[in-house]
Every structure is written in C-alpha cells, then in structure tokens.
Design a protein around this ligand. Structure first.
Ligand code: SF4
Ligand code: SF4
Ligand code: SF4
Length: 250
C-alpha cells in the first residue's frame, strides 16, 4: 500500500481473545470486501481465527475480552511485555462488557448452583486496563468494522486517532431517525459515545451505551429528562450497567 509515494511499514500484529464471545475479532475476519487490504496493511503473526501462525514477535496486540480467571492475568501480562502497543478491542476488553454483570452475584454460590461438585475457576470480571497499561481502547459490542479499519490505517501510518467528541444522537440525527424517546422507548444516545453510526436507534432499538460515555456526558440532565418521560432511575441504571461502560459515573 503506497500513500503519497511513501510505502508505510507493515507492523507485526497479533489478536488475542479472553473471556468474550469473540464477536469483535470476527468483525475483522469476516469483512470480506476489505479483508485482503487489511491483510496487506499489517503482518499478522498471531490471530487464531484466521491464521495458524503463533509468533510472539508482534509490535501491536489487539486484546479482546474481559479478564475473569487467574490464568488469564498471567497471559495478559506476557502479551503486555511483548507488545509495543496494546489495544483493547471491544467493550468486554474496555469495560468488562456484558460479563461485568456477574460481579453483582456471589460467584461461589453461582458456581455451586451451575456446576455442583465440579466448580470452575472464576474471578470477578475486570477490564484490561484494570490489570495492565492500555495504549488505545476501541469500544463497541461489537466494534464497528469501519472504525477499526480507520484506526488500523492510523496505526500503520503512525498517526494519532481521535474518537468523536459528540454523542450517538448526532449520528442518529444524520440518519433522519425519529427519536426513540418520542416513540416511548428509552435511549442512551444523548450520553453515549458516537462512532458506531447509530445502528440501534436506526433499527428501532434504544441505545444501551455499548461504547461507554460521550465526553462531558451530563448524566444529571439525562436522568431528569428520563423522569419527565416517565422512565424510572432504576430502568436507566440497568441500561447504564449493561456493558459496564458507565461504571463509576453514576
Ligand atoms: S464486546 Fe461484545 S461482540 Fe465483542 S467480544 Fe465482547 S460480547 Fe462479543
Ligand atoms: S433515538 Fe436516541 S440517539 Fe437518536 S436522537 Fe433520540 S435519543 Fe438520540
Ligand atoms: S447505538 Fe448505542 S448500543 Fe448501539 S452500537 Fe451505538 S453505542 Fe452501542
């Protein structure tokens, strides 16, 4: 790939998965129309879903999934030591994701009820940045393919990437949607980080904030607005905690 007559380096890239559904790395692997360009822009040295290579000389590591077992901690620390740049891929890696809901339960009791006399090793879920330094976070459940490709372009060219500084409502309005609140359904669009192109409200589902909070999200005003629409604080809280991205904000 040449740009302005310059051939950029092809960085060695690895993708690793932890506790998750692997849907985010699948976003990279299944976009057939751009997969050859993606494979040409980077040198894949370790990516279980698309390659049998298992090398440790990667420069960039994409880490998908939350951390929920002791053995995962040691593996993550090794990846951190090897990688020049560690990228958290998807809401599980960035916030704990839907897995984070399990932290509200007694894990010993849940283990006994599900596995009886054969308990499985498990720990409260943590985001990647709670255990090692993270250089870049790409939120989303799943991540947006288009956004990840833009970010990969920036990484290859060594340029910083700026996430949108506005909420999902901006992209929703650009798609001429009738607001979900006017249709009687809650939506976190006013406080959620844009960049996904508002697929949920465009398909008739209020946003659950899978990308976490927008910069300067005004939760106090948002709760007031929800109450005026007859939506309880408890319902909003449940939505805020769905992907773990608003943890600590409210
Ligand atoms: S963020 Fe969502 S799509 Fe990605 S791995 Fe986690 S659960 Fe799957
Ligand atoms: S549907 Fe949601 S994202 Fe769209 S304008 Fe309304 S609140 Fe904002
Ligand atoms: S609209 Fe909301 S829930 Fe849907 S992808 Fe965007 S941030 Fe996530």
């Amino acid at each position: 790939m040449r740009y302005l007559g310059i051939t950029p380096k092809t960085p060695r890239l690895a993708v690793f998965d932890f506790t998750c559904c692997e849907g985010c790395e699948l976003q990279l692997a299944n976009k057939e129309e751009t997969l050859p360009a993606f494979l040409g822009a980077v040198d894949i040295v370790n990516f279980r879903e698309i390659s049998s290579d298992r090398r440790d000389d990667y420069e960039i590591a994409f880490v998908e999934g939350s951390i929920s077992r002791d053995d995962e901690v040691a593996r993550l620390q090794t990846i951190r030591k090897n990688a020049r740049l560690l990228v958290a891929l998807g809401s599980c890696a960035c916030f704990g994701g839907v897995n984070r809901m399990k932290n509200a339960y007694d894990l010993d009791q849940a283990n006994r009820e599900v596995y009886g006399d054969h308990p499985k090793p498990t720990r409260p879920v943590r985001a990647v940045r709670e255990l090692v330094a993270v250089d870049l976070q790409i939120p989303g459940c799943p991540v947006s393919k288009a956004e990840v490709e833009r970010i990969v372009q920036h990484l290859v060219l060594g340029l910083p990437y700026n996430f949108p500084a506005y909420p999902v409502c901006v992209e929703c309005k650009q798609r001429f949607n009738v607001c979900m609140w006017d249709k009687g359904q809650p939506c976190l669009g006013p406080i959620a980080l844009a960049g996904c192109d508002a697929p949920c409200p465009s398909a008739g589902l209020g946003c659950y904030g899978c990308r976490g909070p927008a910069p300067d999200a005004n939760l106090t005003e948002f709760f007031d607005m929800a109450r005026k629409h007859g939506v309880s604080d408890a319902d909003i809280q449940e939505r805020l905690h769905f992907f773990g991205g608003f943890e600590g904000l409210r």
